[in-house]
Design a protein around this ligand. Structure first.
Ligand code: COA
Length: 318
């Protein structure tokens, strides 16, 4: 059976930047509180008229260029997003049209902050089974549009952006394993309650019991790291890079400790991006590939935890 390999990466951040000092003017918070509790210094936000598909398109074009393939070579377009521009068509279909291609499968996947590893898992399976040779996997979010900007416990945490990878069928192992989990019994701890079911589409905002989410995230991510290493018969020292979901520097540090990895081997973007949900891992991955930290042949562990709860990991020989 074929493997899937990462052929190219890309990412995009909207140009508008909001610093912690800017937030002090909006809600009852301090720049120091945000930095000390989360590690976030600033975040990028979309401007009026800028869409999730705009971000996805910019990231996708960069990934396609890095992969050296054309959009017409794609057999699958998968967009992980919690903030699609419309109920339908999916952002993946909107993106397909922007890329000027027709016919290939295109759909969205919603697993909140674990969305990108979920999408990577699905695309990997398309390639392994021979259903696709080339797949575009995008994480794109405009989370700023589902934030209550009067709620200091959530609005300081998130940002907007997009990241993408192009996967290609290969005889060399690339994605070594993926591990996905969910537990819907935690739905009340982190949610956007508004939606079609209760007719509240207009005031759909993130609600979170941050403290409880924090505790469960740390424990769960510790377990998924163990599960991934065990499934591959590897030890902590085999991991070259950890590319974690970027929600809070303290959660990232706890996972790095579990892996016995020095923070120099962890790709951290939370200070500049905040939590960009499904975009955070491909954004961080692309940054570390482009600045030369992550090299071909190295072992990369991605892990994420998010609303649902959903969580998962991907182990990749880059
Ligand atoms: N500015 C200033 N004070 C704030 C604040 C803000 N933006 N947000 C909350 N506070 C206050 C709280 O009201 C509370 O005050 P009190 O003690 O008087 O009641 C105090 O700070 C401590 O709040 P707490 O929620 O216990 O802080 P914390 O250390 O848990 O940090 C989070 C809060 C949200 C940063 C943290 O819980 C977290 O990162 N949670 C997980 C987030 C996450 O991973 N979410 C997404 C998963 S993808």
């Amino acid at each position: 059976m074929k493997s899937s390999r990462v052929l190219g990466t890309g990412s995009y951040l909207p140009s508008r930047v909001m610093t912690n000092a800017d937030l002090e003017l909006i809600v009852d918070t301090t720049a120091t509180w945000i930095l000390e509790r989360t590690g976030i210094e600033k975040r990028h936000l979309v401007s009026d008229g800028e869409t999730c598909c705009d971000l996805a398109e910019a990231a996708a074009r960069r990934a396609l260029e890095a992969a050296g393939i054309q959009a017409s070579d794609l057999d699958l377009i998968l967009v992980a997003t919690t903030t699609p521009d419309q109920f339908f068509p999916s952002t993946a279909c909107l993106l397909q049209q922007r890329l000027g291609v027709r016919g290939c499968a295109a759909f969205d996947l919603q697993a909140v902050c674990a969305g990108f590893v979920y999408a990577l898992d699905v695309a990997d399976k398309f390639i392994r089974t021979g259903a696709a040779k080339h797949a575009l996997v995008v994480g794109s979010e405009t989370f700023s549009r589902i934030l209550d900007w009067t709620d200091r416990t959530t609005c300081v945490l998130f940002g907007d952006g997009a990241g993408a990878v192009v996967l290609g069928a290969s005889d060399e192992p690339g994605i070594l394993s993926t591990h996905l989990h969910a537990d819907g019994s935690y739905k009340d701890l982190l949610q956007v309650p508004g939606g079609i079911g209760n007719g509240r589409q207009q005031d759909a905002f993130v609600e979170m019991k941050g403290n409880e989410v924090f505790r469960i995230a740390v424990n769960t991510l510790g377990r998924i790291v163990e599960e991934t290493l065990e499934a591959n018969g590897l030890s902590q020292s085999d991991i070259d890079w950890l590319v974690p979901h970027q929600a809070n520097i303290r959660i990232i540090q706890a996972t790095a400790r579990k892996l016995d990895l020095p923070m120099e081997r962890v790709v951290v973007t939370v200070a500049e991006h905040g939590n960009t949900s499904s975009a955070s891992i491909p954004l961080a991955f692309d940054q570390a590939v482009r600045d030369g930290r992550i090299q071909r042949g190295q072992m990369v562990l991605m892990e994420a935890f998010g609303g649902g709860f959903t969580w998962g990991s991907a182990l990749i020989r880059y």
